[in-house]
Write a protein that binds this ligand. Structure first.
Ligand SMILES: NC(=O)c1ccc[n+]([C@@H]2O[C@H](COP(=O)([O-])OP(=O)(O)OC[C@H]3O[C@@H](n4cnc5c(N)ncnc54)[C@H](OP(=O)(O)O)[C@@H]3O)[C@@H](O)[C@H]2O)c1
Length: 357
């Protein structure tokens, strides 16, 4: 194990609606069941800019955001084991309004929520895995869920009997080029869904087909035309729809395309609330994704996914999002979040390397 410094750099959000600043802070010692990971790459997510712009999720400031990271374990707590190359997910405690984020150089994380990834995958690629994959997988395959975060309860393709189980069943994935959408398409392919119809800008069509989409519809078509096209390709309404962007207009299309008693997965709680108000009597089963490994409702499905994850990536069954590495280490994050906020990122995951700060 290499020498661990006592201080590190981190990107702080200083106050609610406040400014970001890179400054030094101490390197924590791992608790008994935790590991300290030297973060070589961390990925940006829309929630990072939403916390700053809307004042959501976090009540405890200053805070360090960041929900995806990859690096090497450099210290372990007394009850943890050592494995060198790990991916980690930043997480929040909703009740306390506090976040444990990856926009730093050394991340202290409970050992049970980190995954090993094969050496064939770079740190930059690996950093783009945890949140996108978990948010795609949990609402489809979790067999529990709760009143807020209900799930479609499908059998995961990484467990016995799950691979190809839904052969011949159509699935619609709105916003296939999002980080989440890319993983939904791949999981749907492993589950056997067919056809897998997705929407996105046409320039991403061949990429999304390489992941498993059978048809790509231009997301900028008027809603009526998009709905007609999807229905024609799918042979009717869809028993499973995943709206990976969940904007007010895409949610309306998604609900209209979900079959009676079918499952619709959404990802943005505020927009889902409005959809429920507009359609109080729908018989569609509408779910809200919750992609945190650390949340108790996801512990069982999360452990199952973390165990399968190295094999899924080593075999090429799953591919990470394509990373775009931003220069400047942690100093590159603020500009990257601006691009995410302005919808200027298409089909790639923005990544920075904190050790280059
Ligand atoms: N509930 C949860 O647990 C959870 C977890 C993670 C994220 N989220 C939320 O999920 C959403 C997606 O996150 P992400 O990280 O996957 O996004 P992302 O990768 O940053 O999304 C970028 C992509 O969105 C596509 N897009 C934008 N507007 C679209 C539209 N109207 N129709 C189809 N595609 C559209 C863009 O497509 P083009 O290439 O065509 O421009 C672009 O490729 C965010 O709102 C995020 O906050 C929720």
């Amino acid at each position: 194990m290499s020498a661990i410094p006592t201080e590190q750099k981190a990107l702080f959000l200083e106050s609610k609606f406040g400014q970001f600043a890179v400054r030094t802070t101490e390197v924590p010692k791992p608790a008994a069941d935790a590991v300290l990971v030297k973060i070589e790459a961390t990925a940006l997510n829309p929630l990072d800019w939403k916390v700053q712009a809307y004042g959501v999720v976090v009540e405890v400031y200053p805070t360090i955001l960041g929900f995806d990271g990859a690096g090497t374990v450099v210290a372990v707590g007394e009850n943890s084991e050592t494995e060198l190359f790990r991916i980690v997910q930043g997480w929040y405690e909703a009740a306390k309004g506090s976040v444990h984020g990856t926009f730093l150089q050394y991340f202290n994380n409970p050992a049970r929520f980190v995954a090993t990834v094969p050496n064939s995958i770079s740190f930059d690629d690996a950093a783009a895995i945890p949140s996108g994959l978990a948010t795609a997988a949990f609402p489809l395959y979790n067999s529990t869920g709760d009143a807020l975060f209900s799930c479609a309860k499908l059998l995961p393709p990484w467990v016995e009997g799950g691979r190809g189980k839904y052969a011949g069943t159509p699935m619609l994935v709105l916003a296939g080029a999002t980080s989440i959408g890319q993983f939904v398409i791949q999981l749907a392919r492993l589950s056997g869904f067919s056809p897998i119809i997705t929407t996105d800008s046409v320039h991403n069509a061949s990429f999304l087909k390489s992941l498993g989409a059978t048809h790509v519809i231009d997301r900028k078509l008027p809603a009526e035309q998009l709905t007609a096209e999807a229905t024609k390709l799918g042979g009717g309404l869809f028993p499973y729809v995943y709206d990976a962007v969940s904007l007010p207009d895409t949610l309306e299309v998604a609900l209209a395309l979900t079959a009676p008693k079918g499952d619709l997965v959404t990802v943005v709680s505020t927009n889902l609330k409005e959809l429920r108000v507009a359609h109080p009597n729908t018989d569609r089963r509408i779910h809200l994704a919750h992609g945190l490994f650390a949340s108790p409702i996801n512990h069982e499905i999360g452990a199952s996914l973390l165990a399968a994850l190295p094999g899924l990536f080593a075999s090429g069954d799953l591919k990470p999002n394509r990373p775009e590495v931003l220069p400047g280490g942690l100093n590159g994050i603020v500009g990257g979040l601006e691009r995410l906020k302005k919808d200027q990122v298409s089909g790639v995951k923005l990544v920075v390397r904190p050790q280059e700060s």
